[in-house]
Design a binder for this molecule. Structure first.
Ligand SMILES: NC(=O)c1ccc[n+]([C@@H]2O[C@H](COP(=O)([O-])OP(=O)(O)OC[C@H]3O[C@@H](n4cnc5c(N)ncnc54)[C@H](OP(=O)(O)O)[C@@H]3O)[C@@H](O)[C@H]2O)c1
Length: 311
């Protein structure tokens, strides 16, 4: 048996419990992992706080979307992975588990230089960031505005855009400005007057913008500064983004899921880490029993890096 963190009802983080489950055996094309670290992402609490509805038939809700761990067993038809391999997995539904069956195609090998914690927090934010950068065609000569640049996704957008030769102006609260400079972005505070502050650092114009925050301010400022709306993307406010006719990236009505870009991104992210171009900032590591504490910190909206759960 394997212990897992689940939501037993809809509500706040107090609905989280640890239950015993049978992880099952890996079927065709699947592997069974011993999970060492699972990344915490906003989708985890959105799944039980009502963002996606409150259908009682979906309870209990398994939590977690990404994990790093060691392969215990492989199912039929799996090539290139053997028991004992250390891997990172996304999509890994139910990742807040001691043991977990995932699709072999959802995994990449974990480089030894990446800790379990950083590996567990790399892929969900990373593939999303890669999708935004590819969809908006960011490259040398661009000046990119990243909203929420110190966040899980935003910090990866900054680093990937920098690795592609772009200049980056990133919004964050003051406490995160030193971190933004460390990863190569010019920091500006968000709030009234944002467009003017960004212009000061982008005399020859802003060519693309990525919104990871979802405020009207982030999207309206992007539209005011970037001439081509096909070079503005949001991952966090599809309703307002649709009105403004910018790119909507992710899952949801009218959004581009970027399936191929995201699948390819897993290995590209690992390669960037190995090349020293990408790092995962960690805000804290919590035991499964403290998952609610981690979620409360995430819901507050200003975590300074990825939060990680360990069994
Ligand atoms: N569509 C997709 O495929 C997809 C995938 C992943 C995530 N998402 C969504 O994207 C969003 C971000 O996810 P994440 O994991 O990056 O979250 P996160 O790590 O919690 O980052 C949130 C960031 O937002 C910043 N922030 C808070 N209030 C702000 C404001 N009013 N204006 C500007 N910035 C503000 C914070 O910066 P400071 O602390 O400096 O204030 C923080 O760095 C979530 O809504 C998530 O559900 C969508």
């Amino acid at each position: 048996m394997s212990r897992s963190v689940v939501a037993t009802a809809y509500g706040g983080p107090e609905v989280l419990s640890i239950v015993s489950t049978d992880p099952g055996e890996p079927g065709e094309g699947e592997v069974l992992l011993k999970v060492e670290a699972a990344g915490v992402n906003p989708i985890d609490w959105k799944s039980y706080t009502g963002t996606y509805g409150t259908d009682p038939s979906k309870l209990p809700i398994r939590l977690g979307q990404e994990a790093a761990g060691t392969v215990l067993r492989v199912g039929p038809g799996v090539e290139g992975i053997v028991p004992g391999d250390d891997v990172i997995a996304y999509r890994a539904p139910g990742a807040y588990s001691e043991q977990l069956v995932v699709r072999a195609t959802a995994t990449v090998h974990k480089p030894a230089l990446l800790t379990w914690e950083k590996a567990g927090g790399l892929l969900l934010a990373g593939v999303t960031a890669m999708h935004t950068v590819v969809a908006t065609r960011i490259g040398p000569g661009d000046t990119v505005l990243v909203h929420g640049a110190a966040g899980g996704v935003g910090s990866m957008v900054v680093q990937i855009a920098r690795a592609r030769g772009a200049r980056v102006v990133g919004t964050a609260s003051l406490v995160n400005h030193e971190y933004l400079m460390d990863i190569g972005a010019i920091p500006v505070v968000y709030g009234p007057g944002l467009a003017a502050r960004v212009r000061e650092h982008a005399r020859s114009g802003v060519t693309a913008a990525i919104d990871t925050v979802g405020t009207a301010e982030a999207l309206d400022t992007s539209v005011a500064l970037v001439p081509d709306r096909q070079r503005i993307a949001t991952i966090a406010n599809f309703a307002h983004g649709a009105v403004l006719r910018v790119l909507l990236l992710g899952s949801g009505p009218g959004a581009d899921p970027g399936t191929e870009i995201r699948a390819k991104a897993r290995q590209q992210l690992v390669d960037l880490v190995v090349a020293g171009r990408l790092d995962v900032r960690l805000a804290g590591t919590y035991h499964f029993a403290d998952a609610a504490k981690a979620h409360r910190a995430g819901i507050a909206g200003h975590a300074r890096g990825k939060m990680i759960l360990r069994p």
